[in-house]
Structures are given as structure tokens and as C-alpha cells.
Design a protein around this ligand. Structure first.
Ligand SMILES: C[S@@+](CC[C@H](N)C(=O)[O-])C[C@H]1O[C@@H](n2cnc3c(N)ncnc32)[C@H](O)[C@@H]1O
Length: 326
């Protein structure tokens, strides 16, 4: 439908839209549209905009629909998490799970699949069971500018750790050597490599390593990434004293791998050690275990204890950023 629009070059679009909005001139019922090098901002009062010096033209733009949300369909806001085009829900009652999934699919959210958590993460590979309520378990997830292809049926991935991964990635310098001992599909390795680090990632899960390699290609960092589908303890012998930075994201069991971490650590190495800690023992077993493993060969300094998220009542998922020097 043809409506009056202010026409500007796209690079001036946001400034123009804000200036028009400040005068209450933006027509919210129609879409802002880019066409053939011009951006068209629909306006409510053509003459006022023209008198203010804007280039006003009649242009064909689409009417804007109100976004239909799951709550509009269900009558209440359901709880769900987004991972690419998957919505993850946690519903015990099968009828409720069905109703929530139908509401999500019917809504305007860009969601193709709805998965219900059907178990806790389990076993060495930390993969959970899923009830597929719509679509399938494979997706492409975007996190801080990088894309990750993954299949939740075969690999671990949690979008809740995005901010934490970004916190760590921001510490990485170009040229450093980083080793992710439990790398999954690469959400630490890929942004590290994106900052110019040379990276090695290991994972017991062959499917995760295949995705990691695909993700390295997809994000243009494959030349700086080595990925190995084996137990990190077997790979470590090839990388003794190699690492400037280690990531140990295997809460509950990382302490069993501290000897391996010490073997991998170079002369000045930062270890990001993930742990589940009780609030009464915040510097508890994790720090003691690191000091024990390092023995007298390294000076151990806990530079930061960062709470990633609450894990259970009185328990927190924390990251200890620990510097080992010798
Ligand atoms: C909690 S997940 C973390 C994955 C990834 N860092 C992330 O943030 O998505 C732990 C990963 O460690 C892997 N893993 C478990 N034991 C391992 C071992 N001995 N050697 C290498 N990887 C292992 C699992 O397969 C799983 O992918």
C-alpha cells in the first residue's frame, strides 16, 4: 500500500528515524523498508515532515502486523529458552507440554522445533534425552557474532553460558595458544580463534568434534583450530607445556583432570576452571585441588572467582580464573 514516507540513504536511516520519532511522526502501522539503495520511513504527517526539510515521497510499504506471542495463544506466558530456531521447554505434564508447544509453533516467533527436556544431562558426554514436540533436534545457533551448527540429540550445548563464554573470550589475545579440554561444538574455541589465538579442542564425543570442525570452517577460523575426538588425557602428551590458556568446562568432574591441565600448562598459563561450589565453601575443593595438582612446580594465583549462575539452592556454578606461573 502506498503511504507517505521519508526517503533517506540507509546509512542515515537510524538518525532520521530517531529524529522523526522525537517529533512523533513515525507511522508505526507500516514497515520501514529498504529498496534500491533507499530507506523509506513511513510517516504520519507528510506535510509536517516535508516542512521540516525531509524528502517525502509516496511509497509502497507493507502493513506491520502485531507479533503473535505464545502467551497470546496460550493465555499465559509459558517458560521457554531459545537455541537457534529451537524452543526448549521443561514440562512434566504431557498435555501441558503439547499445549505449550502448539502455542509456540502457532506464534510469530521464528521457531521451527520445540524440545522438552526428558532427562538431566548425563554420562561422560553430558547429552540429555529430549522429547521432540515439533521439528527436530538440529539447529544453527548464533552467539556473539559466531554461528554454531549442532544437534542436541548428540552433543551438549547450553545457551545459558553465552555471557560467560564471552567474558572469557574477551581476555584472549592474538597469538596466544589456547587449549579447550572439553570443547563440545566449539563455543570457546571459535571466538578464541576469532581473536587470533591458535586453538586446540578435545572432546570424547566424535559428533561434537565433527560439529566443531564444521563450525570452524563456517566462521572462517579453521586455519587456527585443531580438534581431536579423544580423551584429553591421551592427547595431552602431544601438547606438554604448550598452553597459555586452558578451559576446563566439565563441572563436577574437572578435578580428575587437573594433572592433565598442569601437564598442558606453559610457563605462564591462565586456567578457567568450572566448578559447582557450595555457598559455605566458596574457595573450596576446586582451589585446593588446583594447588595440590600444581604442587611446588607452579605458583598458583586465583585471579578471579566468577559466579556463572545459581545451580541449586546453596550451590553455584563458578569459574575460577587461575594463573599458573613458574
Ligand atoms: C559440559 S560439556 C562442555 C562443552 C563446551 N565446552 C560448551 O561450553 O558447550 C563437557 C564436554 O566434555 C566432554 N568430555 C567429557 N569427558 C571428556 C574427556 N575425558 N576428554 C575430553 N572430553 C571429554 C563431553 O563429551 C562434553 O562435550
Amino acid at each position: 500500500m502506498e503511504v507517505p514516507c521519508v526517503r533517506v540513504r540507509p546509512q542515515d536511516g537510524e538518525a532520521t528515524r530517531s529524529a522523526l520519532a522525537a517529533r512523533d511522526l513515525v507511522d508505526g502501522d507500516h514497515e520501514i523498508t529498504v529498496e534500491e539503495g533507499w530507506l523509506y520511513v513511513p510517516v504520519t504527517e507528510a506535510s509536517v515532515a516535508a516542512n521540516a526539510g525531509y524528502d517525502v515521497v509516496a511509497h509502497d510499504v507493507a502493513a506491520r502486523r502485531g507479533q503473535l506471542m505464545p502467551a497470546d495463544v496460550l493465555g499465559e506466558e509459558p517458560s521457554y529458552e531459545r537455541l537457534g530456531d529451537i524452543a526448549i521447554v521443561d514440562e512434566e505434564d504431557p498435555d501441558r507440554a503439547r499445549a505449550v508447544a502448539d502455542a509456540i509453533v502457532e506464534s510469530d516467533l521464528p521457531v521451527e522445533s520445540v524440545l522438552n527436556r526428558a532427562s538431566k544431562v548425563k554420562g561422560e558426554l553430558r547429552v540429555r534425552d529430549w522429547e521432540v514436540l515439533a521439528g527436530d533436534t538440529r539447529t544453527v545457533h548464533r552467539e556473539y557474532g559466531y554461528e554454531y551448527v549442532l544437534d542436541l540429540a548428540t552433543v551438549y550445548f547450553s545457551p545459558r553460558l553465552a555471557t560467560e563464554r564471552h567474558r572469557v573470550a574477551r581476555q584472549v589475545d592474538a597469538g596466544e595458544r589456547a587449549f579447550d579440554m572439553f570443547a563440545g561444538v566449539g563455543p570457546f574455541v571459535i571466538p578464541f580463534a576469532g581473536r587470533g589465538a591458535t586453538c586446540v579442542g578435545t572432546d570424547l564425543n566424535g559428533a561434537a568434534i565433527e560439529f566443531l570442525l564444521e563450525n570452524a570452517e563456517r566462521n572462517g577460523v579453521a586455519d587456527r583450530v585443531t580438534a581431536v575426538a579423544r580423551d584429553v588425557r591421551e592427547v595431552a602428551t602431544d601438547y606438554e607445556a604448550w598452553a597459555d590458556r586452558l578451559v576446563m568446562n566439565l563441572p563436577h568432574s574437572a578435578d580428575a583432570f587437573l594433572d592433565t591441565a598442569v601437564a598442558l600448562a606453559g610457563d605462564d598459563c591462565v586456567v578457567h576452571y568450572y566448578d559447582i561450589q557450595h555457598d559455605e565453601d566458596p574457595f573450596g575443593p576446586g582451589e585446593r585441588a588446583i594447588r595440590d595438582a600444581a604442587g611446588s612446580s607452579y605458583e598458583v594465583r586465583v585471579e578471579n572467582r566468577h559466579v556463572v549462575r545459581s545451580y541449586a539452592p546453596h550451590e553455584e556454578n563458578v569459574c575460577l580464573d587461575v594463573r599458573l606461573t613458574r
